[in-house]
Design a binder for this molecule. Structure first.
Ligand code: ZN
Ligand code: ZN
Length: 96
């Protein structure tokens, strides 16, 4: 499980901290308080492992405090689009 070690590497944690500092809105359920990040395009599907553009906030093992979903579990190894169509479309909230 070499990939496992890389996901907990110092570099990954640094990127994770940066992403969560910018936003903690979960990409799966759209609620705040995300405490993990996940790859938008899974690494196993060719996504970049340490590219901030390929990482987004998501609810980790503790799940979402608002809706209770285990977003990271739900997403698993699937591309984000198959889990949700939300994909940070914040314009939706902007209204007319
Ligand atoms: Zn969530
Ligand atoms: Zn939620």
């Amino acid at each position: 499980m070499a990939g496992r070690a890389e996901l907990t590497s110092y570099e990954f944690r640094k990127i994770r901290a940066r992403i969560l500092a910018e936003s903690d809105v979960c990409i799966v359920c759209g609620h705040g308080a995300a405490d993990a990040v996940d790859h938008v395009q899974p690494v196993s599907k060719g996504g970049a492992k340490l590219d901030p553009d390929n990482l987004a906030p998501i609810h980790g093992v503790d799940g979402c405090p608002t809706c209770g979903r285990k977003c990271n579990n739900e997403k698993g190894d699937k591309p984000l689009a198959s889990v949700t169509r939300l994909v940070t479309s914040r314009d939706w909230y902007a209204g007319p």
